[in-house]
Design a protein around this ligand. Structure first.
Ligand SMILES: Nc1ncnc2c1ncn2[C@@H]1O[C@H](COP(=O)(O)OP(=O)(O)OP(=O)(O)O)[C@@H](O)[C@H]1O
Ligand SMILES: [Mg+2]
Length: 217
């Protein structure tokens, strides 16, 4: 479903990605590990189309994403890609339910339909009872589960997560990790997860290690 070829990216004179080739299959959980500064977040941002590589190509569902215009790319990203970050990035003024709905509304979908799906996802993630609370009124684990629901609202082809459990205690981290695998099984959801968490990295269907700008294993 996702294919990256010959990805190069430098920041000024600092080469960070030095030729990344990878493929991700549907319903696969892939972990990306490597030392701090190895380029994991940079790679995730490039794969997630948030950042452009200096060269190389990314095909997602057979669409060469960097050939799209800015506007088409933004719409494509909203429709096909979900993101989960270390710090949840939920909007503080909005409730859990509203936060989950926002990417659906941005996509121009019918709001009743988006709300129905948001409620289903919140239920699936054990967050229905907390739907009317704002992020500041939720625990870290709960905030992250809301972020997962938000990432899934448009039924994305692929979800990218950057240190999703980096800010959680071990119990909440384990629950979140189990959730990824449940979503893979129940929804055939594909995940690419950057993590320093050894348990999660090992649980993944495949582990990619990045060192010195290339994938070494
Ligand atoms: N916007 C930027 N401008 C300049 N250099 C950057 C920028 N973003 C990242 N870098 C540099 O690129 C390298 C890779 O950074 P990146 O954030 O991808 O690492 P990482 O593997 O995610 O590390 P960590 O595990 O600490 O999150 C680092 O040396 C970093 O300092
Ligand atoms: Mg990082």
């Amino acid at each position: 479903m996702l294919k990256a070829q010959g990805i190069l990216k430098a920041y000024g004179t600092l080469p960070v990605l030095k030729g990344i080739d990878l493929e991700i299959k549907e319903a696969e959980v892939v972990s990306i590990v490597g030392a701090s500064g190895a380029g994991k977040s940079t790679l995730l941002h490039v794969l997630g189309t948030l950042d452009h590589p200096d060269s190389g190509e990314i095909l997602l569902n057979n669409t060469s994403i960097f050939k799209l215009s800015q506007q088409k790319l933004a719409a494509f990203r909203n429709d096909h890609i979900g993101f989960i970050f270390q710090f949840h990035n939920l909007l503080p003024e909005f409730t859990a339910l509203e936060n989950v709905m926002i990417p659906g509304l941005i996509g121009g979908r019918n709001s009743n339909e988006v709300k129905k799906r948001a409620l289903e996802l919140l239920q699936m993630l054990g967050m229905l009872a907390r739907k009317d609370h704002k992020p500041s009124e939720l625990s870290g684990g709960e905030q992250q589960r809301v972020s997962v629901a938000r990432a899934l609202i448009n039924d994305p082809s692929i979800v990218f997560a950057d240190e999703p459990s980096g800010n959680l205690d071990s119990k909440n981290a384990e629950e979140l990790h189990n959730l990824f695998f449940k979503l893979r099984d129940d929804l055939k959801q594909t995940f690419v997860i950057v993590t320093h968490n050894k348990d999660l990295a090992e649980m993944a269907d495949r582990k990619l290690e990045i060192a010195d700008g290339v994938i070494v294993a």
